[in-house]
Design a protein around this ligand. Structure first.
Ligand code: PHE
Length: 496
């Protein structure tokens, strides 16, 4: 009996589950119709071309995850996680309300920015408070994260189904309004649930408790930070004035953002590697973190095309009529969360079974598998687009199979990725490196956006070649990881 009780999860987990479920409902629901809205010129959308629309989409989705860095910082230093989640949720809801008002592009961009800021505040903190419920760590914490991941995907499923349908079939703004209502429900759950079941958690900003870092050290780090930001600004000015980038266009801005993200991540890694006072073993582990960062960014760059190039493919080139009814194209994005819900338990049991035989694949092997599956999925899209370029509609089975491969890949990299990141990180850098994990997602989303700019209506002949590029790059990276998995595992220094 007592064993059974200790297996039970605290009610607080379910508060976080439902709050995050509704937040993801609003995020993925809105995202499912975002590109369609940007492209649409007949139903009151923005009427943009593919290049511009995809760049804005990429900038938005990248900002959402990049803003988790200041969001995490605010919670750690000023607000505490609970307030950060609460205010973040309110800001997200306001953003969706702004989007729900039919207005000009100014209002629209204000709405998008507001949602991004709010998500930056909510997302990292709701994930870290899950961990806090299980201070002892271990298998129960891992199980809690799997349950939480289910909440994320249940929310995306419902959001894509409802917001997608309303947006495509009723009106875009009605869709955005539904996203706002979803977030409101999340806020209600969080307000009442956290008061009762998350007492004493996430109230005090951790930085107020932890005084290990001396004030002199803090001052030095601050100065270094300002210097770094100054250097970035100078670089951007040079790029703009020399004509290398034109950041007055969406595409130019997206590329500028890409450069910033790459420089921030590279400098951060170099800084902790050489100036972080690491032991030899820790340095090796950081090298592994860099490899995993590149792998995860590349993975999301392909995976997140669900909202960009694959969304365009579903809308324009896929046979979607079933029994006389045309399935909304945004619903195809629902294959990813559906497959997660179906296959997460299967993969979890597979890892347990393999562990019992001492055959559980190491982290680099799982990442390799994820990338190779992703690569294969894009070879499927090469075949589908070869049909589309003849002017025929491709069978929906192509996208279904593509998303199946995506999801199995996701289940190899995403759940183990975050936990291995926290395990491999030198202790005093754990929360910063968790932030870097989100930066990987940010970079991937940005690339997924910029890349889809090539999917213009006028240029459909280049589709197979574009999909082929993604397929080759990801497969090759996957095989490189597979070849070198043993030395990489060696550098992990006994962590698996
Ligand atoms: N489906 C995941 C989520 O929304 C995707 C993701 C993974 C996003 C890692 C950010 C970071 O949580």
């Amino acid at each position: 009996m007592s064993a059974q009780i200790s297996q039970k999860h605290p009610t607080g987990l379910y508060v976080l589950f439902f709050a995050e479920m509704w937040e993801r409902f609003s995020y993925y629901g809105m995202r499912a119709i975002l590109l369609l809205f940007l492209l649409d010129a007949v139903r009151g959308g923005m009427g943009m071309n593919a290049g511009e629309a995809a760049a804005i989409y990429g900038l938005y989705t990248a900002s959402v995850y990049l803003l988790t860095l200041p969001g995490g910082w605010l919670a750690d230093n000023i607000l505490g996680q609970k307030k950060a989640i609460w205010y973040g949720g309110i800001v997200i809801m306001l953003g969706h309300i702004i989007l729900a008002i039919p207005g000009g592009s100014m209002l629209f961009f204000l709405g998008l920015t507001t949602v991004a800021v709010g998500t930056g505040l909510l997302k990292p903190n709701i994930s870290s408070i899950v961990g806090e419920l299980y201070p002892e760590g271990g298998a129960r914490r891992d199980a809690a994260f799997s349950i939480f991941y289910m909440g994320i995907n249940l929310g995306s499923f419902l959001g894509i189904a409802i917001v997608g349908y309303l947006g495509e079939r009723v009106s875009w703004h009605m869709g955005f309004g539904a996203a706002a209502i979803g977030m409101l429900l999340g806020l209600i759950v969080f307000r009442y649930g956290s008061a009762r079941y998350l007492q004493g958690m996430g109230d005090v900003p951790p930085a107020r408790i932890d005084t290990a870092e001396s004030n002199a050290q803090k001052g030095a780090n601050k100065r270094l930070g300002y210097l770094f930001i100054g250097a970035l600004v100078v670089l951007l000015i040079v790029l703009q004035t020399s004509g290398v980038l034109d950041m007055t266009t969406a595409q130019g801005l997206a590329k500028g953002a890409g450069i910033i993200i790459v420089i921030i991540s590279a400098s951060y890694f170099l800084f902790i590697l050489f100036a972080g006072g690491l032991t030899r073993v820790e340095q090796h582990r950081v090298v592994v973190l860099i490899i995993l960062f590149l792998a995860i960014a590349l993975f999301w760059a392909g995976y997140e095309q669900a909202g960009t190039s694959l969304q365009i493919f579903a809308e324009r080139h896929t046979q979607r009529v079933i029994g006389g009814w045309e399935v909304p194209s945004s619903w195809f994005q629902n294959f990813q969360p559906t497959f997660v819900l179906l296959f997460a338990p299967v993969l979890a049991s597979l890892w347990i079974y393999l562990s019992s035989k001492n055959l559980n694949p190491s982290i680099p092997v799982k990442f390799a598998a994820g990338l190779i599956l992703l690569g294969l999925s894009f070879f499927v899209m090469v075949a589908a687009s070869n049909i589309a370029v003849t002017g025929q509609l491709a069978s929906p089975l192509f996208l279904t199979f593509t998303y199946f491969l995506h999801t199995i890949g996701e289940l190899c990299v995403s759940p183990v990725g975050l936990s291995s990141y926290t395990k491999l990180a030198p202790k005093r850098y754990v929360s910063q490196l968790m932030g870097i994990w989100f930066v990987g997602a940010s970079l991937g989303n940005l690339i997924a956006g910029i890349f889809a700019g090539g999917f213009d209506e006028e240029n459909i002949m280049q589709m197979p070649a574009l999909f082929n590029q993604v397929a080759i790059v990801t497969t090759v990276f996957g095989f490189i990881l597979l070849i070198f998995w043993k030395p990489i595992k060696g550098w992990m220094g006994g962590i698996s």
